[in-house]
Design a protein around this ligand. Structure first.
Ligand SMILES: Cc1cc2nc3c(=O)[nH]c(=O)nc-3n(C[C@H](O)[C@H](O)[C@H](O)COP(=O)(O)OP(=O)(O)OC[C@H]3O[C@@H](n4cnc5c(N)ncnc54)[C@H](O)[C@@H]3O)c2cc1C
Length: 501
């Protein structure tokens, strides 16, 4: 395991500098911090957004950083700061508000009190926490360039030496182009990664290593937008009760028809003065996506949520912004089986991919950020094991991380895909399966494992171990069902033979 002392004593023939990281999201800033802590210098992060805490309403979702993500925050000594900025999962209360105004608050049960507390934090607060750590303690090692987009990556032959050079171009908002010649290029640029796309073009093998392999999921293709509500907004027409920032809300709409029925989902937030993000997630052919103007949005929301004083909650500019916003679609679960690229005869030159650039899925299981931070943690372990030599560390990283990535994508397909009320009958069947696994696990914990959704929150289990346990329980369930069917079919024979003897 990596420690300060082990680093201090480490001497290597490799330069450990000149790193270029594309993408300043959670994976990019976390990688920069880990490399700096390992002693790497001259690390530059390119981020196309304007600032670390840049507010984009449609990307204002909350992360739940669990034990898996905390492997990274523990390594950097940031867990305490994370806790200060977050709402702990142990204090997670949910209020359901029905269209008639009835409200019911319940404490969301903690699955296993022995597990690490997880923390709810908005994306921008978490990214800003990492950025502040860079500014405070690592500014000699790391430079973050905002408003700077990576636009081109080239591999150039150096004929005289029979080696290759890496050349990267970035463009700033005022159209200035900057050229970089990094030794180590890190792709943390999300689902539409330019780094991965470039590797796909370079890859001459027939394996399509860098092609994202996509899999179906019941939640893929659902559309989402966020309605930004004022902090402490009133919860009813009496104006007596107001939203509490640390409370989650499920506000049910009054429409019943499939194409009009809508709910607002709000997750907890530490800062009581921040606007609340109300998520609207529904089918792509829902009426709400057809609304073209602020007035249409306002009218729809007013009719859908008669329990709320919409005139005090929704401003016309926000309704207008909502109408104009593109929102987004949940992606298919997908992964790339290529996680790295090395250069001829240069053991200290390479490219690596982390985070959404190598695995991406709908947010059903809350593992997007946690798996990205676990990638960073595993990369750190691979560097540690290889004395920071990229030609050894990157293949090791891929061999450790790829099997887990594949398992994660399978879990994303099965663990909790029906939570958005897409198809009530399928959801009902899925729930029976879920409850059955839960009950059998309570009865015979050594024979049946709990549902995948619960196990994912146990950071001591790898995604592979979880998937294996789920699959074993599925096999046992099939055997159980076969035994029951066989038992029923045999019943008449038992009666017959009982009568004979
Ligand atoms: C609607 C929605 C809800 C989600 N909810 C959750 C949730 O509840 N919990 C959870 O854990 N995860 C959730 N996720 C997933 C989560 O956001 C990602 O898994 C996580 O942010 C991955 O981090 P990342 O750093 O790999 O990628 P990203 O967060 O996508 O960061 C990539 C960064 O790279 C920058 N970038 C991209 N291209 C370039 C370029 N060419 N040059 C420079 N910069 C570039 C981008 O601006 C961005 O800042 C959700 C995702 C969506 C879409």
């Amino acid at each position: 395991m990596f420690t300060e002392t082990s680093l201090a004593g480490k001497e290597s023939q490799y330069s450990h500098q000149n790193v270029l990281i594309v993408g300043g999201g959670p994976a990019g800033l976390a990688t920069a911090l880990v490399l700096a802590k390992r002693g790497w210098t001259n690390i530059t992060v390119l981020e196309k957004r304007a600032t670390a805490d840049y507010y984009e309403p449609d990307k204002s979702f909350n992360y739940l950083i669990d034990g898996r993500g905390q492997k990274f925050t523990d390594l950097l000594g940031l867990t305490q700061q994370l806790a200060t900025l977050s709402v702990p999962s142990t204090e997670f209360y949910l209020t359901v508000i029905k269209p008639n105004g009835n409200r019911k608050t319940s404490k969301v049960p903690v699955v296993d009190p022995k597990r690490k507390t997880a923390y709810w934090i908005p994306r921008r607060a978490f990214v800003n926490l990492l950025y502040q750590e860079i500014e405070k303690n690592w500014s000699n090692h790391i430079t973050v360039l905002f408003n700077t987009q990576c636009v081109e990556i080239n591999k150039i032959d150096v004929d005289s030496e029979d080696t290759e050079k890496l050349e990267v171009f970035a463009q700033t908002n005022n159209s200035n182009k900057t050229r970089f010649e990094p030794n180590f290029l890190v792709g943390c640029d999300g689902i539409n990664s330019i780094v991965r796309e470039t590797l796909k073009k370079w890859d001459k093998s027939t394996s399509n290593r860098f092609e994202m392999k996509k899999f179906p999921s019941p939640s893929s293709g659902l559309r989402y937008k966020v309605l930004s509500l004022p902090p402490k907004f009133p919860l009813d027409h009496t104006d007596k009760e107001h939203a509490v920032s640390t409370m989650a809300y499920a506000i049910r709409g009054a429409f019943r028809e499939r194409q009009r029925s809508v709910s607002l989902g709000l997750l907890p937030l530490k800062n009581p003065d921040e606007p609340r993000s109300a998520n609207i997630i529904t089918y792509p052919d829902h009426q709400i996506w057809e609304l073209k103007s602020g007035e249409e949005v306002y009218k729809f929301i007013e009719q859908a949520f008669p329990q709320l004083p919409i005139n005090k909650i929704l401003s016309f500019p926000e309704a207008e912004r909502f109408a104009k916003s593109e929102g987004g679609y949940f992606p298919n679960p997908q992964y790339s089986s290529g996680l790295y690229f090395l250069f001829k005869q240069q053991p200290d030159k390479g490219i690596v991919l982390l985070g959404d650039a190598i695995h991406c899925f709908p947010p059903d299981i809350g593992q997007g950020v946690n798996s990205a931070l676990e990638d960073v943690y595993i990369l750190n372990e691979a560097l540690e094991k290889s004395g920071d030599q990229l030609s050894d560390a990157l293949p090791l990283y891929e061999s450790w991380r790829l099997p887990d990535t594949k398992a994660l994508i399978r879990l994303a397909q099965i663990a909790y895909p029906w939570q958005y009320n897409q198809a009530p009958v399928r959801k009902w069947l899925w729930s029976i399966n879920f409850v059955l696994r839960l009950l059998l696990n309570r009865l015979l914990p050594y024979v049946f494992s709990p549902p995948a959704f619960f196990m994912i929150q146990n950071h001591q289990l790898s995604y592979q171990e979880i998937l294996t346990m789920v699959q074993r329980t599925t096999q046992k369930l099939y055997l159980l069902v076969l035994a029951v069917i066989f038992g029923f079919l045999s019943l008449p024979y038992f009666v017959y033979f009982k009568d004979i003897f």
